[in-house]
Design a protein around this ligand. Structure first.
Ligand SMILES: [Zn+2]
Length: 441
């Protein structure tokens, strides 16, 4: 025993003597990249964040994007969409001119008719995604429950009062607020609640009933907030009495002042976070830039969540920072130092090209490689950039960026190739899956 322990120590010393990092790459980085990419393509992915659905399905999100300015890669002029169409549908043309694009629309319609509920599962097969999150207002019949797990939206509980002042803030809110009201009413219908409960305690009970119902009877694995689209991400810490007084004042009617509404929301948000811990229902939060004309980037800065994430009262809640705080992902990774905080890279690898994504991901891998997860943020943006193409874009850039980041790290003497593959498995599958024991694979 003793000699083997000494031997192990010697081996460890020998290994650490070899593994010394340096600022310039050694060896054939391209060769390492190619080797790693071939291995990475074989890893079955768990997609931690996406909105699968057809373009005419209003349930893909609990909000709608008003016409905003899309970044270069998300425009329907992106020439990579031709490559996506070729890879996924054997598209015969080299451009997406209106008459050629028609071929693609028809092809998708034909496949949808042929394959029915297997359409999106077949898409996952093509991309080697084993299972994926469907972050949707409600689940769709056409998504196979074996392949897609539901993450529902919890924002609407924050807007139970008369929202006319909220709506009047700008044109984005005019679109968003009615949709939040609609969502809240759907939850009320679901729980057979015909009007807002008279007491605040009953309201909280109703909120909890929705969470439990969604989890136990509808297969939800997490709740999601896209609250940054509707208000700042900084949450104060009001008492229950304060929130209750506001509920009493406006539950039956009347328009709250913005300050009162925020105070009420701060309490409800924290209540939901606590419930997420009690029910083992992880809390997903949109942390990134957003679409729309009035999305406030500085007020939705991911660091504004730090008081919540580092609050010991919520140590039992698992947080997933969706979109990794982009474009502040280099700061956001340090929030993953908190034991129960994880980062998801979805959207980043659709907005960023592989070269830029590789560098961001490398910094993450060099900091908390065990706290980062992969997601596509697939979404039916438009006819050319459908959920199908955005799945493809996310997966392709995700794998390339990952192989590139890991190849750099190997060539810079930071990790071995074996360790690189271990990190790849963790990022693409294992870490996310570990957050939902027994529910996903
Ligand atoms: Zn999303």
């Amino acid at each position: 025993m003793k000699s083997s322990a000494i031997l192990a120590t010697l081996v460890l010393f020998a290994a650490s003597a070899v593994a010394q990092s340096h600022p310039y790459p050694n060896g054939d980085v391209r060769g390492i990249y190619t080797r790693l990419l071939a291995q990475i393509e074989k890893i079955a992915i768990f997609d931690h964040h996406a909105h699968p659905g057809f373009p005419d399905d209003t349930d893909v999100d609990a909000m709608a994007s008003p016409p905003g300015s899309a970044p270069l890669r998300e425009r329907d002029t992106n020439p990579e969409l031709v490559a996506a169409a070729k890879a996924l549908f054997q598209y015969p043309y080299n451009d997406l001119s209106p008459e050629h694009a028609k071929w693609l629309v028809n092809k998708k319609a034909e496949l949808k008719k042929q394959q029915g509920n297997a359409y999106f599962s077949n898409l996952l097969d093509k991309l080697n995604i084993e299972q994926g999150v469907a972050n949707r207002a409600m689940m769709a019949d056409y998504l196979d429950r074996k392949r897609f797990v539901w993450v529902f939206f919890a924002d609407s509980f924050l807007w139970p009062f008369d929202n006319q002042k909220e709506r009047a803030r700008n044109a984005d809110q005019q679109v968003y607020m009615p949709l939040q009201e609609k969502m809240l009413h759907r939850w009320m219908d679901q729980e057979h609640v015909s009007r807002l409960p008279a007491s605040f305690d009953e309201y909280l009970k109703f909120v909890s009933a929705v969470l439990e119902d969604n989890q136990k009877n509808k297969g939800a694995i997490a709740m999601k907030f896209e609250v940054a689209y509707f208000r700042p991400l900084k949450f104060s810490d009001p008492s229950k009495e304060e929130a209750e007084a506001i509920y009493k004042r406006y539950g039956a009617g009347g328009v709250p002042e913005e300050k009162e509404y925020r105070t009420f929301q701060d309490y409800i948000f924290r209540y939901l976070v606590l419930e997420g811990g009690r029910l083992h229902l992880p809390v997903h939060i949109h942390t990134a830039v957003g679409v729309g004309d009035y999305f406030n980037i500085s007020e939705s800065n991911v660091m504004r969540l730090e008081n919540i994430l580092r609050d010991p009262r919520y140590a039992g809640t698992t947080f997933v920072l969706i979109h990794g705080g982009y474009p502040l992902e280099r700061e956001a990774i340090w929030l993953a130092a908190v034991k129960n905080v994880y980062l998801d890279s979805s959207l980043m690898e659709v907005v960023m090209y592989p070269a830029a994504f590789k560098d961001s991901l490398r910094q993450w891998l060099e900091t908390f490689p065990d706290k980062i997860t992969f997601g596509t943020d697939s979404f039916p943006y438009n006819e050319a950039l459908g959920a199908e193409e955005s799945y493809w874009l996310g997966v392709e850039t995700g794998r390339q960026g990952l192989a590139g980041a890991l190849a750099d790290m190997v060539a810079l003497g930071e990790i071995s190739e074996a360790k690189a593959l271990e990190m790849a498995h963790a990022y693409l599958h294992d870490t996310a899956v570990s957050l939902y024991p027994g529910k996903v694979h």
